[in-house]
Design a binder for this molecule. Structure first.
Ligand code: PBG
Length: 326
């Protein structure tokens, strides 16, 4: 055989060479940890389908936020489990609800060391588990849901959120929240739009954690069809035009083409949500000894960054930040 005259292996020979030529890094500051806060818990309760994840009391959520600061994690995104639910989800905007209480307590504990995000959706707060009030046909009433999201966002802004992240996939939600915040003295609060959020089977464990399973039906009438990428581009463009400060794609691993397209189309920061099912399936396989869980999670998040995400929301944020070698 004629010896090759180009040898790409030269740059991969030693760990130091590989580090020097790594194109992608995962700084802890790019990671955002989802945190579930329950109104009526005194002690954290483990989520069976999400090993390592807990439903928190306000006090234990604050301790977790302090751990995040110590590890250099960039931010936390809060989800609430309220004491009471109703058909419109009014406990979502209750200033004494779990998310506003946790935001205030975290802010008091960590100051501005950690970016505090609040997810904005009604699915944790409605008794039927849908993302807003239902109309006569049983579909989520778009404009009524958006009114609720604006009220949620104002409550979270007043409690100290840096960023609100509407995840309901209702039309016009970004513009309405932006207008509402600006009119309420909260022009400094950013909107990270879950712009391309798919109707995905990978949210299963989250719905256990957040208690947001639907009594019946699904979310296919508002979340994107997994078959569609051009439609995702249209949603990304609309949310950018509505004034989003950053754009999110969700889930992440099964939608890396969409992450890459978001990166190509927009100068706005891109976030991607490595969702509950994407995390849980690695954990489940690792528990059986079928793969190295830490390595698989770290490779997953690295790949999401390589596809173009600036920020990655992941249940592995704290452990990755602690062990961060890249
Ligand atoms: C809605 C919301 C969901 C997730 C984040 N925000 C669930 C849904 O749309 O049903 C899923 C996140 C995950 O699976 O980790 N509030």
């Amino acid at each position: 055989m004629q010896p090759p005259d180009r040898r790409p292996r030269r740059l991969r020979r030693t760990p130091a060479l590989r580090r020097a030529f790594a194109e992608t890094t995962v700084p802890a500051s790019a990671l955002v940890l989802p945190v579930f806060v329950a109104a009526d818990l005194d002690e954290p309760v483990p989520v069976a389908s999400l090993p390592g994840v807990f439903q928190h009391s306000v006090a234990s959520a604050v301790r977790l936020a302090e751990d995040c600061v110590a590890a250099g994690v960039g931010g936390v995104i809060l989800f609430g489990l309220p004491a009471v639910k109703d058909p419109v989800g009014s406990s979502g905007w209750d200033p004494a609800g779990p998310v506003p209480r946790a935001l205030e307590a975290m802010r008091a504990a960590v100051g501005e060391e950690l970016v505090l995000w609040a997810d904005v959706c009604q699915c944790e707060y409605t008794d039927h588990g849908h993302c807003g009030p239902l109309d006569a046909t049983g579909q989520v009433d778009n404009d009524a849901a958006v009114e609720g999201y604006v009220r949620d966002a104002l409550a979270y802004a007043a409690a100290g959120a840096d960023l609100v992240a509407p995840s309901g996939m209702m039309d016009g939600q970004v513009a309405a929240i932006r207008r509402g915040l600006d009119a309420d003295g909260a022009a400094h609060v950013g909107v990270v739009a879950y712009a391309a959020k798919y109707a995905s089977a990978f949210y299963g464990p989250f719905r256990d954690a957040a208690g947001s399973s639907m009594v019946s039906g699904d979310r296919a009438g508002h979340q994107l069809d997994p078959a569609n990428a051009r439609e995702a581009a249209r949603e990304l463009d609309l949310d950018a035009a509505e004034g989003a400060d950053a754009l999110m794609v969700k889930p992440a691993l099964a939608y890396l083409d969409v992450v890459a397209e978001a990166r190509r189309r927009h100068a706005l920061p891109v976030a991607a949500y490595h969702v509950s099912g994407e995390y849980a399936m690695v954990r489940a396989a690792a528990d059986r000894g079928w793969l190295d869980g830490e390595a698989a999670l770290s490779e997953s998040v690295l790949s999401i960054r390589r596809a173009g995400a600036d920020l990655v929301l992941t249940y592995a944020a704290l452990e990755l930040a602690r062990g961060a070698t890249r």
